[in-house]
Ligand binder design. Structure first.
Ligand code: NAP
Length: 480
């Protein structure tokens, strides 16, 4: 499939309403066979710095555009994403590798944030607070200003709309640096934003050296907020870099999600839940099951059922309709999964199904291993691949302790039919999100985010706009 012929295809950057190319470029390749699809610009420091200045000028006008008009433009952008869903999904599959059915699902999900915030654009309510003195306390909610976003490759569309839609709804302008592996989905989405009619400079997409762009974003006093989704390591680095200019930050970082399957669980539901959370996007999601804890009474039967489902999965080209699992993003990702499997097996875990060595290219066979312990690498680090390690536990207290024994706190899951247990365990888990009897928790109406080293702030929901707004307290004195 030649995605370069699509009407939404774009390989130049959108900067202050203009499409820019550059002499120096970055190659974008297909993880299926490493063939080069196209190249994207490496923008110079001077262009990026000017882009921030122009975004500041644009924001000063944009914040005064009536909320209804901002809402209408977002709605038009949403409609365009849905209209071009098939092309956008194919671009995503070709540059990222995920199966087309998942890519289509991601476009729906990405668009849902635009729809949600097109509605929230009209609801930037302030407050009037009664005061004991002869005064009134007024609270205005105002757009924070120029924002910058840096996004990962695992959700090339949704991680962008989740930031851009609330920023634009709030009256901010925004510059986005997508992951170098997946800039084409971002640029196609920007092309549709341009068609929707956003004024020049309010939404910009720039590509190039991540280190340089990160430095320019964090050092600029004009950039008031940075929203980052990616690894904890880079998030912490950007946080430190942002300190001198005291920026507002949203950080959506790494996870190490536990799945707790209790004796009382509905086994079919639990197996389906683990399949959903473990193998979506070939296990390359931040909310992906990283550790699967199964209570002793159902341990063997659960593993048997899960094994049958894992063995049914078909690996292949994401563009083929029957593919369940595509290639990983790059060879380094495969090596990390293999390292985790080898470490577990060398420390006494047992292979249930899968292939552990001699893989080729970016392929990684879904692998199930049992009798895993807290001492193994996969208990401590995010694997980010199709490897499902199963741990055995005896008691509720023990599994809560094991689940919380990590620096991360993004998503967690539990399967039980016992209502008291579901409340107790949900309260006991030190995580920003808990899925109960489901492996699918993402929703534009829900506050997405983590605690501990998994990040700061929430995206989506009625809380999502607050990340792009400042409160201004106005004291109205002598009203008697
Ligand atoms: P990553 O290496 O941290 O990269 C993320 C983004 O940061 C990319 O755009 C990357 O650019 C950029 N970057 C890298 N080094 C930088 C630097 N020194 N300064 C500024 N920007 C820099 O993470 P990843 O491997 O793409 O994504 C996987 C990670 O993201 C996992 O840990 C996953 O859990 C996390 N994630 C979290 C969430 C969430 O909501 N919590 C969602 C999705 C993913 P280049 O591509 O150009 O290097």
């Amino acid at each position: 499939m030649d995605i370069t012929q699509f009407s939404v295809f774009e390989n130049r950057c959108l900067v202050n309403g203009e499409w820019l190319s550059s002499e120096e470029t970055l190659a974008v390749s297909n993880p299926l066979d490493q063939s080069v699809i196209t190249t994207v610009p490496v923008l110079s420091e001077q262009i990026i710095e000017q882009a921030i200045v122009d975004a500041d000028i644009a924001q000063k006008k944009w914040k005064n555009v009536a909320p209804n008009e901002r809402s209408r433009l977002l709605r038009d952008w949403f409609d365009l994403l849905i209209k071009h869903q098939d092309e956008l999904a194919a671009i995503m599959t070709v540059e990222q590798g995920k199966p087309l059915k998942e890519a289509k699902g991601e476009i729906t999900y990405a668009a849902s944030y635009i729809e949600w915030f097109s509605e929230e654009a009209k609801r930037g309510y302030g407050d009037i607070i009664p005061s004991a003195a002869s005064s009134e306390i007024l609270v205005f909610k105002e757009a924070i200003g120029v924002c910058a976003a840096i996004t990962p490759w695992n959700f090339p569309a949704a991680m962008i709309t989740r930031k851009v839609a609330p920023a634009l709804a709030a009256g901010c302008s925004i510059l986005v640096k997508p992951a170098s592996e997946t800039p084409l989905t971002a640029l196609a989405i920007a092309k549709l934003a341009e068609q929707a009619g956003f004024p020049k400079g309010v939404f910009n997409v720039i590509t190039g050296s991540s280190t340089k762009i990160g430095q320019i974003f964090t050092q600029s006093p004009l950039v008031k907020k940075l929203s980052f989704t990616g690894s904890t390591e880079i998030g912490a680095k950007l946080m430190a870099q942002s300190a001198p200019t005291v920026k507002k930050l949203s950080l959506e970082l790494g996870g190490n999600a536990p799945v707790l399957v209790f004796n009382s669980a509905n086994l079919e539901q639990a197996v389906q839940g683990v399949m959903d959370t473990k193998f979506r996007n070939a296990g390359q999601t931040c909310v992906c099951a990283n550790r699967i804890y199964v209570q002793s009474e159902i341990y063997d039967v659960f593993i048997e059922k899960l094994k049958l489902e894992v063995e049914k999965m078909k690996m292949g080209n994401g563009l083929d309709a029957d593919t369940d699992i595509g290639p990983l993003i790059n060879r380094k990702a495969v090596q990390k999964v293999e390292e985790h499997i080898a470490d577990a097996l060398s420390k006494g875990a047992l292979l249930v199904t899968g292939k552990t060595e001699n893989t080729e290219g970016n392929w990684c066979v879904p692998t199930l291993v049992k009798d895993v312990t807290q001492q193994m690498l996969c208990a401590k680090e995010e694997t980010f691949g199709p490897f499902a390690p199963i741990f055995k536990f005896e008691t509720e207290e023990q599994v809560i302790e094991m689940s919380n024994d990590t620096e991360f706190g993004l998503a967690s899951y539990l399967f039980t039919q016992d209502i008291n247990q579901f409340i107790r365990v949900s309260r006991g888990l030190d995580y920003g999100m808990v899925g109960v009897n489901t492996g699918l928790i993402s929703n534009a109406a829900a506050p997405f985010g983590g605690v501990k080293s998994s990040g700061i702030g929430r995206e989506g929901s009625k809380y999502g706009m607050d990340e792009y707004l400042e409160m201004k307290y106005v004291c109205l004195g002598n009203i008697n």
